[in-house]
Design a protein around this ligand. Structure first.
Ligand code: NAD
Ligand code: WQD
Length: 336
């Protein structure tokens, strides 16, 4: 079975490509490399000792997409390609809707033309909106989103639901990720953000490796046990394995959403202390003002993915820290 992986050179995509290859799937990666490096795919190749088909192209370009579908017989698509920085999406809404929403519409048209009707989509916990009660459960409606990135994910979910209603033979899994962190245990692939990291784990890892002076903890006065925000951090390899489970579920038609998270919230201060105790490296930090738009806490109810996909997150917080540190210390400048 051959899977087209859009955005497969990126952080989550490269780990998923690795797990797909190790599970016996053939893979074609389609990525325009706007936020990634070809080296991620070369390293995946070296781990699995197999060539990986790579096509450089943009999901907004019907010709480039069409030529991939004509060159390769594709059975299903895992769709990671998109822009993902919340703050940037507020500055550049048109670009975010163009790539995320417009690009996905172009991908659907190309799939229709090639008679490919199975898709796993990278959605996000952010679609629950700013007022949903925790833990988030899939039976909640999508909520009111607070930035163009989140709105683009909610719009794509709706588009995919409409597609599956109009075409009852289609099968689509919407995977709502919580906070993926960590890296493959080899230390050869990992998260390599361009510029100053927006997210906690890569920022902390860059402080640890000496690229940044100290971590700003955004807010110490939230109504949480230690005053800092709590999130549901999951290991990127668990997340990658969730995609294979979701692919296996696509023999049934329809469009179905699943939370992929651990079900346990962890605070920012607990993250710092887990990193320090696992790696022995101190993280200098300072409590700073709250970051605009942050929610105090949210985490997943992961029961549906467990019952219907047979998936649950297995790797511990300590392992997430150890694997992040192995990647960051072996590759202080990422793929550069
Ligand atoms: P990433 O930026 O590392 O990967 C996205 C990939 O898509 C990159 O390789 C990029 O070059 C590619 N891409 C972007 N625009 C493209 C286009 N027009 N055509 C072709 N390729 C394009 O991000 P990631 O963290 O691996 O996230 C993957 C997906 O998961 C994204 O859709 C993201 O929104 C979603 N997601 C991520 C998180 C997270 O915390 N990392 C959480 C929830 C959902
Ligand atoms: C985690 C916690 C921060 C950086 C974002 C997106 C979400 C999803 C995942 C895609 C928060 C705190 C962070 C720092 C800090 N992406 N923090 N200092 O905000 O939960 O989710 O990424 O769908 O849509 O919004 O993740 O890693 O940015 O923050 O104190 O330098 O760490 O305040 O409490 P977040 P994050």
């Amino acid at each position: 079975m051959r899977i087209l992986v859009t955005g497969g050179a990126g952080y989550i995509g490269s780990h998923t490509v690795l797990v797909l290859l190790q599970s016996g799937y053939d893979v074609v990666v389609f990525d325009n490399l706007c936020n990634s490096s070809r080296k991620s795919i070369e390293r995946v190749s070296s781990i699995v000792e197999r060539q990986v088909n790579f096509v450089e192209g943009d999901i907004r370009n019907p010709e480039e997409l069409g030529s991939v579908f004509s060159k390769y017989h594709i059975d299903a698509v895992i769709h990671f390609a998109g822009l993902k920085a919340v703050g940037e999406s507020v500055q550049k809404p048109a670009e975010y809707y163009d790539v995320n929403v417009g690009g996905t519409a172009k991908l659907l048209l190309a799939m229709q033309k090639a008679n490919v009707s199975r898709m796993v989509f990278s959605s996000s916990a952010t679609v629950y909106g700013v007022e949903a009660p925790t833990p988030y459960v899939e039976s909640l409606p999508r909520g009111s989103t607070s930035n163009p990135y989140a709105t683009s994910k909610a719009m794509i979910e709706k588009m995919l639901e409409d597609q599956s209603i109009a075409h009852p033979d289609w099968s689509i899994a919407l995977l709502r990720y919580f906070n993926p962190i960590g890296a493959h245990e080899s230390g050869l692939i990992g998260e390599d953000p361009l510029g100053i990291p927006n997210n906690l784990m890569p920022f902390m890892a860059q402080v640890a490796v000496g690229r940044r002076d100290r971590l700003a903890v955004f807010g110490g006065d939230y109504p949480t046990p230690d005053g800092t925000c709590r999130r549901d951090y999951l290991h990127v390899m668990d997340l990658a394995e969730g995609h294979v489970k979701a692919l296996e579920s696509l023999y049934k038609s329809g469009c179905c959403a699943y939370n992929l998270g651990t079900g346990s919230p962890v605070s920012v201060l607990e993250m710092i202390s887990a990193f320090e105790s696992e790696t022995g490296v101190k993280i200098p930090y300072k409590i700073a003002p709250r970051r605009e738009g942050d929610l105090a806490e949210f985490w997943a109810d992961p029961l549906k993915a467990n019952q219907l996909l047979g998936w649950s997150a297995k790797r511990s917080l300590n392992q997430m820290m150890a694997d992040t540190w192995r990647w960051q210390s072996q590759n202080p400048d990422g793929y550069n």
